[in-house]
Design a protein around this ligand. Structure first.
Ligand code: ZN
Length: 556
């Protein structure tokens, strides 16, 4: 009882301390949320000395939360974006991963929508929506507050555009190869005419264009320039030699799938996203009226570049240099629309570099192929439990290929005399002895380990981190924590673990607030309630995040 009272008082004072205050007149009317896919905080410390543009502005003038963490273990695109804009952990939003298995053991993509139709896309492209998302998000609170307010989202991936929006926001657009930007009938019945025209113009403009990615700054001894030969599967190629320049498209080459795979892993992809962001602001007259307008942009090139070429080479250095410059002119454009525009910057997850470069820097890092690792585990299961190969533990491989949660094939249980409960200790033992494994947990153990609200994300135990992205309906049966710094697959970097390098991301509020660098730990679930609070909006459901303090500039 006494402990409970102390806990209650702590929460009372914590929420009091974290209250932010801004006069009504200083409240922004136009906010742009920029989420850079795979932007570990560490990248900002490594490359910041070279920045002179928009990233520098945001880091030097904003309220910089230097210790912001995704509290959950499933550090992937879908859970990350859903967390940022809902203020709730993935176990509550239902977006526990990019993909999961249904109870009848069918693979589900978090954005799949079998009932909608994708607009203006080639045959075979599936429709996407937020149908799997549970509960409300910032965009829903906004429209409830003022039905004429708008949240518009634009993403380099369907996942980012969709999970930054709520169910009440019809303007949700994402990139689709061979098309430009699209949406689905879950949001609107047809593409706006201006978007169709913009897509046509863009496709025409690149048709005859030669695209070469060259370094925009000379080599520097500060940054590694060594070349590596990596598996090019990710880009539809056999091998990839890291380093710049890279030929992305010869002038007469066709706009085929290979082109799109190479193109999205260049800084030009973020340029394209920002070009469309400007277009959407102009066409939809965002930042002009009396009602709140929010634009959320999901920049995806960082993630594709990290996966293809790692985070510590000339590619990432040049990507961030170019993004810094592009964001500089984007911010000027935004200010020309509304001098009081505010910007929020964060990321859905981080990532480490790939094994070979990490090893040179004295990190202990191994490469492993997820499928080979799993085959070996299944072989052991077969040997110990004498079952045929097809009735064995089936894998759940995340997009990065790191098998963090494993699903037990229901067929395996049906044909087995022992119950799931009896089998579990045997499977856990096999997994504990498998290569690279540090710890294993059952789903039940993980679900029981929910941490107290607002616990310092740096002190969350591993099982607590898993718990925040695990629910009974969608998550796997067994969770594995691997040794840190494993690179899954043969290409560049991967993410999706509960380690710091995947969880620690920037969180910056830039606008009518006094510049501060805050080293107190905060969570990414704090973004949505803080943004809502500064705009005078109330979340319509209980959120997991807190309202962070942003001191007004006038208090200086
Ligand atoms: Zn990724």
């Amino acid at each position: 009882m006494k402990q409970k009272t102390v806990k209650y008082l702590f929460h009372f004072f914590a929420s009091f301390i974290f209250c932010s205050f801004l006069q009504g007149s200083q409240k922004p009317r136009f906010v742009v949320v920029i989420v850079i896919d795979q932007f570990a905080y560490e990248l900002s410390t490594r490359y910041r000395s070279e920045w002179t543009g928009g990233l520098r502005t945001l880091f030097n003038e904003g309220v910089v939360f230097a210790e912001a963490y995704h509290s959950h273990a499933a550090t992937e695109t879908s859970p990350g974006h859903a967390t940022l804009m809902s203020g709730r952990h993935p176990y509550r939003t239902g977006i526990v991963s990019n993909n999961w298995f249904s109870s009848d053991f069918k693979s589900v993509n978090s954005t799949d929508d079998d009932y909608a139709t994708a607009l203006d896309v080639p045959a075979g492209v599936k429709a996407s929506s937020n149908g799997w998302f549970v509960g409300t998000s910032f965009g829903d609170w906004l429209v409830k507050h003022d039905p004429k307010a708008r949240l518009v989202t634009l993403g380099g991936k369907a996942r980012s555009a969709i999970f930054m929006a709520g169910s009440s926001n019809p303007d949700v657009y994402w990139f689709e190869p061979f098309v430009g930007f699209t949406t689905s009938t879950s949001y609107r019945l047809e593409l706006p005419e201006w978007l169709r025209e913009a897509n046509k113009d863009w496709l025409k403009s690149i048709e005859q264009q030669e695209i070469i990615w060259s370094a925009s700054k000379p080599k520097s001894s500060t940054f590694s320039d060594r070349t590596y030969l990596l598996d090019g599967n990710y880009l539809g190629q056999k091998t990839i030699k890291t380093g710049l320049p890279k030929m992305i498209k010869q002038d007469d080459a066709p706009l085929d799938r290979g082109f799109y795979q190479r193109f999205v892993a260049t800084p030009f992809y973020d340029d394209l996203l920002l070009q469309y962001a400007k277009k959407i602001i102009e066409e939809e007259k965002l930042g002009q009226g009396d009602h709140l307008n929010i634009l959320a942009v999901g920049l995806a090139a960082n993630d594709y570049i990290g996966h293809s070429y790692g985070t510590g080479g000339p590619e990432m250095r040049d990507q961030l240099l170019r993004l810094d410059r592009a964001l500089g002119s984007f911010i000027k454009f935004l200010q020309s629309r509304d001098p009081n525009v505010a910007i929020v910057l964060s990321s859905d997850h981080g990532a480490p570099d790939f094994s070979e470069r990490l090893n040179e820097k004295k990190f202990i890092s191994e490469r492993e192929q997820g499928s080979i690792w799993l085959q070996a585990v299944n072989k052991r299961v077969r040997k110990e439990l004498s079952k045929s190969e097809k009735n064995i533990v089936e894998p759940f491989l995340t997009i990065g290929g790191s098998p963090i949660d494993l699903y037990l094939n229901p067929m395996f249980l049906q044909g087995h005399t022992e119950s799931r409960q009896d089998l579990m200790p045997k499977l856990l033992k096999i997994l504990k002895e498998a290569p690279h494994v540090l710890e294993v947990y059952t789903r039940e153990e993980v679900i029981q380990a929910r941490p107290t609200p607002h616990k310092d994300p740096r002190t969350l135990t591993m099982v607590e981190r898993f718990s925040l992205s695990t629910n009974k309906e969608r998550s796997g049966d067994i969770f594995v924590r691997f040794k840190p710094y494993i690179t899954w697959g043969m290409g560049g970097s991967q993410h999706g673990t509960p380690e710091k390098y995947d969880r620690h991301v920037p969180l910056i509020f830039w606008g009518p607030w006094k510049h501060q660098v805050i080293s107190d730990a905060v969570e990414t679930v704090d973004l949505a309630p803080t943004l809502a609070h500064v705009l005078g909006i109330k979340p319509t459901e209980l959120v997991d995040g807190r309202v962070l303090t942003l001191l007004p500039k006038s208090k200086r």
